[in-house]
Design a protein around this ligand. Sequence first.
Ligand code: FAD
Length: 409
Amino acid sequence: GQRVVIVGAGMAGVQTAVALREQGWTGEIVLLGAEPHQPYDRPPLSKAVLLGKAEGSTLDVDFAGLGIGLRLGVQVTGLRPDKRLVETATGQLPYDVLVIATGAEPIPLPGGEAEPGAEPRAEPRVHLLRTLDDAERLRPVLARQREIAVVGAGWIGAEFATAAREAGCAVTVVEAADRPLAGALPAEVAAPMAAWYADYGARLVTGARVAAVDENGLLLGDGTRLRVGAVVVGIGARPATDWLAGSGVELAGDRSVAADDRLRTSAPDVYAVGDCASFPSARYGTRLLVHHWDNALQGPRTVAANVVGSRTAAHFPGVVYDPVPYFWSEQFGRFVQYAGHHSEADELVWRGDPAGAAWSVCWLREGALVALLAVGRPRDLAQGRKLIERGAWLDRTRAEDPSVPLKSA
Ligand code: FAD
């Protein structure tokens, strides 16, 4: 029989294994994960799990029942595509088909992390928030209601600041750019979000760089000191692809696995999916690296279809992956959703007052809806997402009236 080996037992790896069975793969499936825990979902880590409202977020999958060989605590260290082998600390494992799903790892603060094996440094401790272990280390920090500094006003920083405020902590968010979400949204759209921090009793300090972390807290570039009991760093994540060095698998400039439009890599019968992989989007005319949950759910279905198709049909053309990216964030009591990709847009249409509780923004390119951000307006998101998928023209005049549904022109 044939063996599919999946490296990485996060959302994308697990969904690939499940989708392979759903789509009729009868061969062996081995799912390798570095973490010791049963596979779990990450979004709750910055929300319910952090606040202790949920114990964990284990994915509800019957691995044994599905005949998925789940091996936890296995770090894959190398890949030999010429021999169809992956290397681990405990030996080599042959594959017929390999799926790379190693996700991303958070970027540490330069100089902010203790050397492995070094004495634990005096307070404040510097935390990252990516894994269940990270969340479990942060829970008691919140419970003690310490003063906390958050570095980075991105999605993770905002969600962590929200949880910390809900736990009763004093929170200061330090951001290098002049506004929150500077890497994700244009200035005019992100600007109203700065007020959300203050609404929730969190202090947002923009245009500020961290010069040092020492036993007194954070020292900023302008000499300001922040005395805090803990520092949480949310300055982005990068694809976990170091283990592919020397394998010949092509990486893009951002260190993601450079997959093709069918999520195949440059090595034969090796696929890549989820936070570790970028793919060319014909819809948006650019290569996309998506670090969101929905991509780790949808991408695996395409990978599974291509694995099953290419291994069972004589002339299989392959299934193309060209999604409308989607994600959500829960921050400062608001439900924020985004669909599409706006970097090529030429026009912005507001729906509702951005100072209010609920509003949306539509991005158009030559009259067609290409992206939409909805704050507390899930119906806009649902309607807009369908219009984006169809490449529909937006009825602009109607779109400006938040009391009528979004419609195509
Ligand atoms: P990961 O989840 O990173 O899984 C990869 C797995 O591979 C990891 O378990 C890792 O240990 C393992 N691995 C890595 N290298 C190796 C190796 N060499 N050998 C073996 N195993 C390896 N998205 C949203 O859309 N909305 C949200 O609200 C949201 N909230 C989030 C909150 C937090 C705190 C975080 C961290 C992420 C959030 N996301 C959210 C993003 C979403 O969780 C990710 O996009 C998703 O987890 C990606 O899944 P993945 O399987 O590709 O990668």
